[in-house]
Design a protein around this ligand. Structure first.
Ligand SMILES: [Zn+2]
Ligand SMILES: [Zn+2]
Length: 102
């Protein structure tokens, strides 16, 4: 199940489960839209993959107990600010490779 992490890993901005600002990579690394757009250049600093908007888990039990009340968001903060120079080099090295060979 997707881990709904509580904050942006870079700036520690709160990202509650209903946030439309949360972005995740395929490993669930979680950042805010501003950091993804302005600092990360849509490259995850942990795995090198891209980001998508994080889906919102329903707060209401619409069907079959599949909702926040039964499966709450994580409270495990992962705050690991990105070294911007090192990340820029990481992005440049990845972008040398054609998209389908990455
Ligand atoms: Zn952020
Ligand atoms: Zn990642």
């Amino acid at each position: 199940m997707l881990e709904l992490r509580p904050t942006c890993e870079n700036c520690n901005k709160p990202l509650p489960p209903n946030s439309v600002d949360a972005r995740i990579c395929s490993y669930e690394c979680t950042f805010c839209a501003s950091c993804v757009d302005n600092i990360l250049d849509d490259v995850c600093p942990n795995c090198g993959g891209g980001f998508v908007p994080r889906p919102i888990r329903p707060a209401t039990n619409w069907k079959g107990d599949n909702f926040l009340g039964k499966d709450p968001a994580s409270t495990n903060v992962k705050h690991r600010p990105v070294d911007r120079d090192a990340h820029a080099r990481f992005v440049a090295s990845i972008r040398q490779i054609p998209p389908h060979d990455r």
